[in-house]
Design a protein around this ligand. Structure first.
Ligand code: NAI
Ligand code: MG
Length: 352
């Protein structure tokens, strides 16, 4: 039996509802596939911050490093500034563990109605650069409180950073339909984005079976609404990739469906699996949260750990629950989080 140590951080808001739902599904899958998933729970997040003045302990990263993977809900609370919650936990994990790929699949699911009138199935991958770009620590604030108060934040692109994310995205495109789209803005952002374009082009050229299209991100956003089914793999910077993935998941039906993997492809550090959505304080504690994004992230974790059959089984189970008409309010259904989870558990048994 394979044993995996998984660090679980449910975090805040609906993270505390969708993580237990997904763990119940993972436990059932582990039984069927003879996997030993050993979950260790960390109560880090905004409540921890309010008690200790930090989102996680000083040695938090060391504690996490001893695991095969990290399973995260969401962090963020109205009582803690978002910059504090993001930079105190998620961003240090992504950076220190060199999780430079943020992989976000966007796919039409049977039983979920897209808000778009056109109905061609959508199946695309967003590969977001996850370590640098617009999310940079370089910058500062001056003259606080004075009329000439100012703020500067520099975007940092490195050849290493752009090359490795493009290589990963082009490799995925080569294994799929062979189309790679790069999100750019080199008409307006005249230093960093032309550099991004050059390095993406140079790198993609090494994959002759992949066709590369560079699209200005504003037009690309429009195309994601008008004809999302024409995209295969999209490679984007940290900020552009973040915005496009909320858009992408919404055109398939709901942000509550969208999963993501923060990958350290070399396996030097644990990778982290989390839904795209945040802590949704507006619906937290009401049993309304859609657990699909979290469960699907669990399936991506199983795949990453080298168990594609277990991953496919879990994926088929939540897809089957949706197809049977179960669904939370955000996808037009009436199921509570618990009712939907129960339907996935039955589907896991039925498909075993
Ligand atoms: P959000 O994703 O939490 O919510 C946006 C909207 O989508 C809300 O109306 C919410 O009810 C709905 N929604 C989100 N997930 C859902 C689900 N699973 N089922 C049903 N409906 C769902 O984004 P928002 O409101 O901008 O941020 C809330 C907090 O979450 C903030 O503190 C923010 O910083 C944090 N956040 C954390 C992230 C993370 O931990 N990775 C990512 C995004 C936001
Ligand atoms: Mg986001």
């Amino acid at each position: 039996m394979s044993t995996y140590k998984i660090a679980v951080i449910a975090g805040d808001g609906i993270g505390k509802e969708v993580v237990p739902a997904a763990i119940a599904c993972l436990d059932r899958i582990a039984e069927v596939h003879s996997l030993d998933l050993e979950f260790t729970y960390f109560d880090w997040g905004s409540e921890y911050y309010l008690q200790h003045g930090r989102m996680m302990p000083v040695d938090g990263l060391e504690q996490l490093a001893a695991h095969h993977a990290i399973f995260l809900g969401a962090v963020g609370s109205p009582e803690v500034s978002d910059a504090e919650s993001l930079w105190g936990l998620l961003i240090p994990i992504r950076r220190e563990f060199q999780q430079y790929i943020n992989l976000r699949p966007v796919k039409t699911l049977d039983g979920v109605t897209s808000p778009l009138a056109a109905k061609d199935p959508i199946d695309l991958l967003i590969v977001r650069e996850n370590n640098e770009g617009e999310y940079s620590e370089v910058g500062g604030r001056m003259y606080r409180g004075l009329p000439h108060e100012s703020a500067v934040q520099e975007t940092i692109f490195t050849r290493l950073g752009v090359t490795r994310v493009t290589r990963y995205a082009a490799g995925l495109a080569a294994s799929r339909r062979g189309h790679l789209t790069s999100a750019t803005k080199s008409n307006g952002i005249v230093h960093t984005m032309p550099f991004w374009d050059e390095v993406v082009e140079e790198t993609a050229r090494l994959y002759p079976e992949v066709s590369l299209t560079s699209e200005l991100v504003d037009a690309l956003a429009a195309h994601l609404v008008l004809r999302p089914w024409t995209f295969d793999v999209i490679v984007a910077s940290n900020l552009f990739g973040d915005i496009l993935s909320d858009l992408g998941s919404s055109v398939t039906g709901s942000i509550g469906l969208a999963p993501s993997a923060n990958l350290n492809p070399e396996g030097d550090f644990p990778s982290l699996f989390e839904p795209v959505h945040g802590s949704a304080p507006d619906i937290a504690g009401k049993g309304l949260a859609n657990p699909v994004g979290q469960i699907w992230s669990g399936a991506m974790m199983l795949e990453h750990l080298g168990h594609p059959e277990a991953a496919d089984h879990l994926q088929a189970a939540f897809e089957s629950a949706l197809r049977e008409g179960f669904g939370t309010r955000d996808v037009g259904g009436t199921s509570s989080t618990a009712e939907f989870t129960a339907a996935v558990l039955s589907a896991i048994d039925a498909l075993a």
